[in-house]
Design a protein around this ligand. Sequence first.
Ligand SMILES: Cc1cc2nc3c(=O)[nH]c(=O)nc-3n(C[C@H](O)[C@H](O)[C@H](O)COP(=O)(O)OP(=O)(O)OC[C@H]3O[C@@H](n4cnc5c(N)ncnc54)[C@H](O)[C@@H]3O)c2cc1C
Length: 474
Amino acid sequence: MMLGPRNPRLTASTASFSLSFAIVGGGIAGLSCAIALRRVGHRVVILEQDDGKEREAGGSRVPPNMSKIMIDWGLQEEIDRLGVHTQDVKLMTWESGEIFHTDHWQSELLAESGGDFILMQHQDLRRILREKAESLGAEIRHDSEVVEVIPQCTEEPPIVILRTGETLRPDVVIGAEGRYSRVRDECLRMQDHRRSTGLVAMIKREAMLEHPELNVFTSTFNQEPTLFVLCGDKRSALCFQGGTSGNLALILWAPDDRPPEVRDREPWMGLISRERVEELMGPSNPALAKALELCPGATRLTVMQSANFSDWVHPTAPIVITGDAAHPSLAGSVYASSMAVEDAACLAQLFSYLSRRDQIRTLLSAFQEIRQPRIARVREAEEFMLQQMVFSQSSSSTSIEDARKDLGMEPVSSMDGKPANSPVCDDMIDVFAYEAEDAANDWWVQWGLLYERASGKKVPAQIAVHQVVEEIVH
Ligand SMILES: Cc1cc2nc3c(=O)[nH]c(=O)nc-3n(C[C@H](O)[C@H](O)[C@H](O)COP(=O)(O)OP(=O)(O)OC[C@H]3O[C@@H](n4cnc5c(N)ncnc54)[C@H](O)[C@@H]3O)c2cc1C
């Protein structure tokens, strides 16, 4: 069924009972939670360990399932100013640079998903979310590293302890400190048994226009921004325009030759030299080789197959994890930020139904129940995609289509005109079209109201119906 364009949900219904949330970590997950929770009337403080100075990062992809939430949050103008819209994906061979497959996402496909696919710089994405959170009244505290969270007993609020010795006692703690989450490791007692499987580097570079070898990439800038996928022998790369900055963002995968004890706790900002990047990536086609030559260096991080954490909510205390802390993404993941933003939209929508303190546990459990299957599905789709990108050319495979056949997968036709027939396309519609707030509303209608009535509590009329009214309005 083809859906019409979606109306942005610029306003949100607020909770009749307001709580204080302490969010540990001011990355995409923490900032998104702050925006979404402020929209529904809760009080929020973000505790971020860094100093708040903006640093260059890499390129971010904002798929439709995320861009539409950002538009609901009133960020259309910022997206248009800093991001570029893309509908094209080109697959290129590593060695020769030959483009052997092009996908063009039909406008109908994107319309059906209700959002756009946007490319932008990661630091821009983070800045616009930070500014939005602040404008909605969230308090953001930098230089505020959290060293411990003490759950306490059910009646007492959890205690958050900062490195400075200061303590906070919020109603709810959200662990949004990324893949090395302390709240998860120490408070929920789940360790991430990481298995290193490779290496990712990110490179960004201005002033490429003088080099004709790079025309294949730069000629698409601004007219038809394209996501290039380069497929090599155990190597792979993504190459795209870093938003309106005109920089070129590269995400690279290559075998990792570092000893496990060095690579297993790699921070995001571990920098390596240009020479080392070239060495790791090996010989490549002239366009990629030139891009590597021009790059000043790269951010390096370990690709990990992280555990699937079964518990995102503390068994007795109001403590929950979200974003990469709850479901660490593959480095270079297309969907990592969008999953963090969906988490936030879902969590806040559930808490828009809060009318009493004793509902906190039920709503946190609902968050986990709704989000875990969604994350599992998206991970599966992403692993499938990566499997196809990083395939060995030492096998008989000469193209992605051959590699798919080798793996027993169905061949994928060009998406032009036939979106419904492509399995990849179907997967994408499933990922892109998801509405995180609707999932929360559905849960409330199906289960939340039932629990309320079963517990003999009177449900205020506006809480029982606010999502239904929204549906009629839209
Ligand atoms: C500096 C940086 C640059 C990145 N660049 C890119 C990029 O270019 N492209 C891309 O696709 N993805 C990038 N990512 C990753 C991407 O943001 C995440 O994979 C995804 O958005 C999920 O975000 P998250 O908020 O869950 O985790 P993260 O983005 O890892 O954010 C976690 C935040 O928590 C803070 N934190 C950690 N521990 C504590 C503590 N104890 N107390 C207080 N604060 C704490 C960290 O400083 C960080 O700001 C980057 C992440 C970081 C941190």
